[in-house]
Ligand binder design. Sequence first.
Ligand code: SF4
Ligand code: SF4
Length: 351
Amino acid sequence: MEAKYLKDWENDMNRCIRCAYCFEGCPVFKDLRWEADGARGKVILSYGLLTGQLEPSQYVADKIYQCTYCKDCMERCSANVSIPDILTAARADLVSAGFEYEAHKGLLNKIKQTGNIFGKEIEPPIQKGETPVLLGCRFLERTDDAKKYLEILKKLGIKPKVVEENCCGMPFAVLGYKDDFAAHKKEFNKRFPYKEFICLCTTCAFFIKKAYPDLKPKYVIETIAEKLPQYNPKKLGLKVTYHDPCNVARGMGMVDEPREILKQIGVEVIEMETNGKQAECCGGGGGVLVTDKPLAERLAEKRMNQALDTGVKTLVTLCPTCELNIMNAADKNGGKLKVKNVLDLVWDSIC
Ligand code: SF4
Ligand code: SF4
């Protein structure tokens, strides 16, 4: 197999000293318990693909795709190895070698055909303001929620501009379709030709900051954290637990900002056993929801149980995928836990 993409990560892979610190918080390793399920094992598999000591196979592909990109391993890694980047390169080389999943191709075709992950025409809540706002596929589909969140921005003195947007392209990159991503990026820039803008979606914000170095997106939480104190928000008097999305806490380093916002609107946070940069993943990232749904569901159930252990009945979070995955787990378990977006509470407080 030609390891065209893995070549760029050879030095990173060589930095791995096999210490296994990355096993401690890896949700996939904790669920499946074999070496190849943790970051170290996946780095070894990737290195084998690079050197040719390992033939690509469906088993190897399945292991490389069983990663939620939660970045917990990167937080703990003693050698600063960029594990998700290595896995993205391994996925791209596996795709080039013909190891593709029908579910991935179906999802990517939907984006190519309609510009969103749902494969359907969705009318965006067009706004003719001054500050461009990217909704992201999930909030585009939850149009009524998106309208509420735009109201928050208006209350905070921002005039949102919403256009016919396009998916940020994260699924192409994460699932190993590098050439398709390069083409999609051009399309994204054409339909959304702004350098500075606000992102409503967690994943879009994190991904665009990393994959589009020329663009300067601001995650909506940064904007709210800056502006909210001037608006004397109403205190809601609620008690919730807060789930740190991987892309917010570990990806963008925002642990205090959401908690500070919740405090300002009178919402007390009862912390789960794991929180902040050590928060357990909901299981919904890295394409696992599509590649290995049962794994994604088990991880969501674990997170739901951690939330229930706090004794509160409501979990709030920011990422729409975390919201969806934990909500599905809660529904399957008798609806004992309510799941909401932090933005819904901000709306209750100031709108
Ligand atoms: S990103 Fe998360 S799921 Fe993937 S190897 Fe690292 S800790 Fe495990
Ligand atoms: S923590 Fe980092 S250095 Fe240690 S085994 Fe894992 S990837 Fe390698």
